[in-house]
Design a protein around this ligand. Structure first.
Ligand code: CTP
Ligand SMILES: C[C@](O)(CO)[C@H](O)COP(=O)(O)O
Length: 242
């Protein structure tokens, strides 16, 4: 007898303003290798056998653009919603989770796992995604990342070094970050009940609100986030190699 497949939703975040990049077009919509940055990750989720559906989060004024110029144009058929995000990244995640709750009522089916990905990370690939999906089934909270290559210094506010942590224990966190839905929903519900500062990823929310530590899963050094202008040069050089 076939076992019922567990349900995976990918949330792709594309509601940021790209302040550090500058320019008039938000970085997730800039073209690299002839396609907008956000399309690369959407295509990976579209072609993954694990992922059942995709929610794309963008600015309220970009919903129509995303529907026509991203989802329809590039054939991202697993997209079940293009919804408006919030001011901060975690608020965009919260909006996506609310959308997902409404969809669950309509679909009369709950999700087992939710993956949250920065639309500004175009070099996710199927191998990274497979490792993450396999891990989250076991561990319930998993973060893609890579060990750091430089020596890390922790300083005080004046830049004075306070600690040099063991490098073999220090990782750069990437996305996607994947969670059992039963952990992620209550974590964000709790988070939104108090004033919140300094939240820069989803694993922090699950740790802070639920007391659950996520497990690091090997991503790739190429899984960069396009953040500042030099990242576009790095991205072009990765694409030239393909
Ligand atoms: N309110 C926000 C802020 C960020 N993001 C998304 O989260 C990802 C990672 O965020 P970051 O690199 O910080 O993007 P921006 O917030 O756009 O950049 P900046 O901080 O330079 O303005 C990006 O794909 C971005 O579009 C989002 O959906 N909603
Ligand atoms: C989630 C993230 O991409 C993991 O590295 C990162 O923390 C986002 O941070 P940012 O301040 O939004 O760039």
């Amino acid at each position: 007898m076939n076992e019922k497949k567990e349900k995976y939703t990918a949330v792709v975040l594309a509601a940021g303003k790209g302040t550090r990049m500058g320019g008039s077009v938000a970085k997730q919509f800039l073209e690299i290798g002839g396609k907008p940055v956000v399309v690369y990750a959407l295509e990976v989720f579209e072609h993954s056998p694990e992922i059942d559906q995709i929610i794309l989060v963008t600015g309220a004024d970009k919903i129509e653009y995303c529907q026509k110029e991203i989802i329809e144009k590039y054939g991202i058929k697993k997209t079940v919603s293009v919804c408006a995000g919030g001011r901060e990244r975690y608020e965009s995640v919260w909006k996506a989770l609310q959308t997902l709750k409404s969809l669950e009522s309509e679909q009369e089916q709950k999700n087992d796992y939710v993956l949250i990905h920065d639309g500004a990370r175009p070099f996710l690939n199927q191998e990274m995604l497979e490792r993450l999906c396999a891990c989250v089934k076991e561990e319930k909270a998993c973060v893609l990342g890579m060990p750091v290559k430089d020596t890390i210094k922790l300083t005080d506010e004046n830049g004075k070094i306070r600690e040099s942590p063991r490098r073999d224990l220090v990782w750069q966190a990437q996305t996607p970050q994947a969670f059992a839905a039963e952990l992620l929903f209550p974590a964000f519900e709790k988070l939104m009940q108090h004033s919140t500062e300094g939240i820069t990823d989803d694993a922090m929310v699950v740790e802070q609100e639920m007391g659950i530590a996520s497990v690091m899963v090997k991503g790739g050094y190429e899984n960069i986030k396009i953040t500042t202008p030099e990242d576009l040069l790095i991205a072009e050089s990765f694409l030239a190699e393909k």
